[in-house]
Design a protein around this ligand. Sequence first.
Ligand SMILES: NC(=O)c1ccc[n+]([C@@H]2O[C@H](COP(=O)([O-])OP(=O)(O)OC[C@H]3O[C@@H](n4cnc5c(N)ncnc54)[C@H](OP(=O)(O)O)[C@@H]3O)[C@@H](O)[C@H]2O)c1
Length: 253
Amino acid sequence: MNIAVITGASAGLGYEYVKEVIAQYPDLDEYWLIARRAERLEAVKEQYPDKKIVPVCLDLTNERSFEEYSRLLRASSPVIRILVNNAGFGKLGKLADMPYEEQIRMVDLNNKALTAITTISLPYMQRGCFVVNVCSIAAFAPNPRMTVYCSTKAYVLSFSRSLRFELKDKGINVLAACPGPMRTEFLALAGIEKGSSKTFDTLPYCDPHKVAERSLKRAAQGKGVYTPRAFFKFYRFIAKYLPHELVMYLSQT
Ligand SMILES: NC(=O)c1ccc[n+]([C@@H]2O[C@H](COP(=O)([O-])OP(=O)(O)OC[C@H]3O[C@@H](n4cnc5c(N)ncnc54)[C@H](OP(=O)(O)O)[C@@H]3O)[C@@H](O)[C@H]2O)c1
C-alpha cells in the first residue's frame, strides 16, 4: 500500500499540499492527513469522495502522538511515498515578553515533532520516496523578535540537508521548502498584523499553492532546498555571504 503523509493538513500551506499531492500523485492508495482539528480534516475528506483520505487527529506537541503514529504504521505497513512535515507555528515578539511555555511549544512542534515523525516514517520509505520539510526564509539568518521561530527553522534546514546526505545511498530525497510570508492563519496566530512589523508590512508575499506545487516537483527531482521568488533567493544569497549582524539590522522584524 502506497501512501502520502501530510502534517498540518487542516489549513494554510498544509491544505495546499493535500490538494497538490492528490493532483500530482492521484494513484496513491491512501492520503494520511495529520492535524488537531478533526472537523477540518473531515471537511477535506468530503471534498475527495473518490480518494481514500485518512484523517489522523493528533496534537503533535504531545509525545503520545508519536506512539499513536507508530502504531498506525505498524498496523498497515505502508510504503510512505511522500512525507510532508508542514505543521508549525511562529510568534512575533521579544523572548523576554513571551511566556516560556509558548516558546517551548514552538520547539516541540517545529523541531521535536518533525524529528520524531521523520524518524518513525523512515523505515517505511524506500528508493524514490521523498520528504518535504517546511522550513522558512527565517532559517537563513537570525531574526530578532522571532528568536525562537527562526532558530527552529535553522534546525529544520540543517536537519534536512544532513538527512538528505545520509539518505542519498538509499535513493530517498529530503527537501527543505523555505517560503517567505504567506497569507494563512499563521500570521494571526503569530501576532503579525498590519502595523506590528515594518518588515512584514513591506515584504512580498508567497502564494501557498505555488509553494506546495513547486516544492513537491523539486523534491521529486532530487533538489535539496526550494526558495520561492527572486527576492527571497537574493535574501538567501546575502544571508550566506554578509555578516549576520548586518543581515539582522537590515531584516529586522
Ligand atoms: N504563513 C507564513 O507566513 C509562513 C512563512 C514561512 C513558513 N511557514 C511555515 O509553513 C508551515 C505551515 O504554516 P501555515 O502558514 O500553513 O500556518 P497555518 O495556516 O496556521 O497552518 C498550520 C497547520 O499546522 C497544524 N498544527 C498546528 N499546531 C499543531 C499541533 N500541535 N499538532 C498538529 N498539527 C498542528 C494546524 O492544524 P490544527 O490547528 O488543526 O492542528 C494547521 O493545519 C509552518 O511550518 C510554518 O512555519 C509559514
